[in-house]
Write a protein that binds this ligand. Structure first.
Ligand SMILES: [Ca+2]
Ligand SMILES: [Ca+2]
Ligand SMILES: [Ca+2]
Ligand SMILES: [Ca+2]
Length: 340
């Protein structure tokens, strides 16, 4: 091929990737409409939910951004679980009429308009609280990072975005965890998982489950779209009853499951070798950028599944997917000297 042909082909591939970047089911990181207010007379002083316990004063423009990446505050919940939420306020003591509402974007579509996404904590109060409510996480809440927005408004029920007139709003991140998985690991267990800068050795984990996600360890392995990485898994196999199976599950499109194309990678079937069992993992070109769950499942005798209870063990990790930088230098000859 000539240089010009190579440039043309790379240009076509690049444009195709821009036009068709994701599968239709891909979940994009949601962006939320802004919210602001005049918090001279009333403001939120504390929000407590799971591991979040955040005290604040009057936030600028009536809005406090305590989402994880800004503040490192977050908490984890599971579908069907119930968790108490408490909000304390500084009310307007002269004109006593405060409303407090919590919003949760359970389906992660970027708004708070869907069924079950609005929870009232207080109506027409002038008590500082704490105002408390039990929040039930819907069974169909989507796995991953969910926005929680607490809004205090004077005189009438708060909107979920825009100008709240008199009041204050605060945003938080909660993580709706993936389906639980437990195992009987008396006879076989995972002893090491390595990929990128993760190289984690472990013994038998309690209840057959080891949580080595970013939220627990602060560690991820960085991977780039469209690149390959060596994933190695070592095990202590059952030597009497030989028949171990290992699968890696990866939620590349961040939709809360491991059912999409390319999300299951078999590392071993019917083995009794300790390994390391290796797969050269290809990150899909349309993998959603950001923190991505990788679940390694070892199961005796049967094909591993990403949830449930079985003989074996599972360990969870976080991969950080980065966008592939397009090699712009390939265009430079086109701009500077096609006639070379
Ligand atoms: Ca505040
Ligand atoms: Ca929603
Ligand atoms: Ca283990
Ligand atoms: Ca998925």
């Amino acid at each position: 091929m000539t240089t010009v042909q190579k440039i043309l082909i790379s240009l076509i591939l690049f444009l195709a990737a821009q036009v068709f970047p994701c599968s239709p089911t891909a979940a994009h990181a949601a962006s939320y409409s802004g919210i602001w207010g005049d918090n001279q007379h009333e403001w939120i002083t504390n929000v407590t939910f799971g591991a979040i316990n955040n005290t604040s004063g009057q936030n600028g423009n009536g809005y406090g951004d305590f989402t994880y990446d800004k503040s490192r505050l977050m908490t984890r919940v599971r579908p069907n679980g119930t968790y108490p939420l408490s909000v304390t306020i500084h009310p307007d003591l002269e004109w006593c009429d405060e409303f407090v509402t919590a919003f949760f974007d359970w389906n992660r579509d970027g708004d708070f308009d869907d069924a079950g996404e609005r929870v009232a904590l207080a109506t027409r109060t002038c008590s500082p609280g704490p105002h408390t409510v039990n929040v039930k996480v819907p069974s169909n809440a989507r796995g991953g990072e969910v926005r929680m927005r607490i809004v205090l408004k004077y005189y009438n029920p708060p909107p979920s975005f825009g100008d709240i007139d008199e009041g204050e709003a605060e945003d938080y991140t909660i993580l709706v965890d993936y389906p639980a998985l437990t195992g009987d690991n008396r006879s076989e267990w995972i002893t090491n998982v390595s990929i990128g800068n993760i190289n984690n050795s472990s013994a038998r984990n309690g209840n057959g489950y080891g949580d080595y996600t970013f939220w627990t360890t602060g560690r991820t392995a960085e991977v780039v779209q469209d690149q390959r990485y060596r994933l190695g898994v070592s095990i202590a196999p059952d030597l009497d009853w030989c028949g171990e199976n290992i699968t890696a599950f990866l939620d590349w499109n961040h939709d809360g499951d491991f059912n999409d194309y390319g999300e299951r990678v078999v590392l071993a079937a019917g083995t009794c070798s300790p390994g390391p069992h290796v797969a050269h993992l290809k990150v899909p070109i349309n993998a959603e950028p950001g923190r991505t769950r990788m679940r390694i499942v070892l199961r005796w005798r049967f094909a591993p599944t990403p949830s449930g209870y079985f003989s074996g063990e599972a360990e969870d990790y976080t991969l950080m997917v980065r966008k592939r930088d397009f090699p712009w230098h390939m265009f430079i000859p086109a701009a500077t000297g096609m006639g070379r």
